[in-house]
Design a protein around this ligand. Structure first.
Ligand code: UTP
Length: 275
């Protein structure tokens, strides 16, 4: 097994029901924070972490994401003819040379765990990153994926990005059960009652996983909402002592919700003005 992480999976097949009607014909991952789609921020973070193969798990909204990451020679030519060189270069460099995009289809939206399983053949037998683009991360140079990749290189164990959540909001997250010795965990509990929460460390949408997660996912039956949950598979690995956490360096906004999306947009716009 290669210990260098080169592949990243981007599950982008969800319905995005909380953003209807915006997401009726467009995946929520293309919603822009200021002027850049959520998915492009996540792709840039992955590339900054050393990833060179981007695997998108798409649904019925395949076209728009493919088009965004495909070359657009016509647009480039028009921009250059108008003297807009900087914009033409921006369009050209959305995917840098040497980085490859692979698109796989999740025919039925059977949950995040199922979406990751759909990437199995494209991932092969190597460890890989997973990025949920609707978890918008900022102020975390060189990026959370780079932090997870570095931690994986040190231990060879799966890595979860976690953030501290104090108070009753902890019950909205998957919460890790620390082993009490360091970064290792012995469980991941989905949405516990705040009074029963095993820690104040919530799992967010960035992971580095070992390829044996696919076999575990195959053995899992549909859980809450009829979906195959990635958290259930990670919990099984955590109980075996195969999972560690890395504390979030930076800020995170839940852009799966309208309130989080608006807060992220406001924050990012102000941040750009201050640069
Ligand atoms: P969410 O739980 O936010 O679901 O998915 P959703 O469908 O995107 O949004 P709502 O809740 O209906 O508003 C978390 C991530 O997992 C992906 C989504 O695209 C999102 O990036 N996902 C979820 C899939 O790719 N396939 C699925 O079957 C479910």
């Amino acid at each position: 097994m290669d210990t260098k992480i080169r592949k990243a999976v981007f599950p982008v097949a969800g319905f995005g029901t909380r953003f209807l009607p915006a997401t009726k014909a467009m995946p929520k991952e293309l919603l822009p924070i200021v002027d850049k789609p959520l998915i492009q921020y996540a792709v840039e973070e992955a590339i900054a972490g050393g990833i060179d193969t981007l695997i998108f798990v798409t649904g019925r909204n395949k076209r728009a994401i493919e088009d965004h990451f495909d070359a657009n020679h016509e647009l480039e030519t028009i921009l250059r003819a108008k003297g807009k060189e900087a914009q033409a270069e921006m369009v050209r460099n959305i995917i840098p040379t040497g980085v490859e995009c692979i698109f796989v289809r999740q025919a039925e939206q059977l949950g995040l765990g199922h979406a990751v399983l759909c990437a199995e053949r494209a991932v092969g037998g190597d460890p890989f990153a997973v990025l949920l683009a609707d978890d918008f991360l900022t102020e975390s140079e060189p990026g959370v994926t780079a932090d997870l990749v570095q931690a994986f290189a040190a231990s060879g164990k799966s890595q979860l990005s976690v953030m501290e959540v104090d108070g009753p909001d902890i019950s909205k997250y998957g919460v890790v059960v620390p082993n009490g010795l360091g970064a290792g965990i012995v469980g991941l509990v989905e949405k516990p009652d705040a009074s029963d929460a095993p820690s104040n460390l919530a799992s967010i949408g960035r992971y580095v996983l070992t390829p044996d997660i696919f076999q575990t996912l195959r053995g899992i039956s549909a859980g809450s909402g009829g979906e195959i949950q990635l958290a259930d598979a990670i919990n099984i690995h955590a109980r075996k002592g195969l999972v560690e956490t890395v504390l979030l360096n930076g800020r995170r906004f839940d852009c799966g919700s309208v309130a989080g999306f608006v807060a992220a947009s406001t924050h990012e716009f102000a941040l750009r003005g201050s640069r």
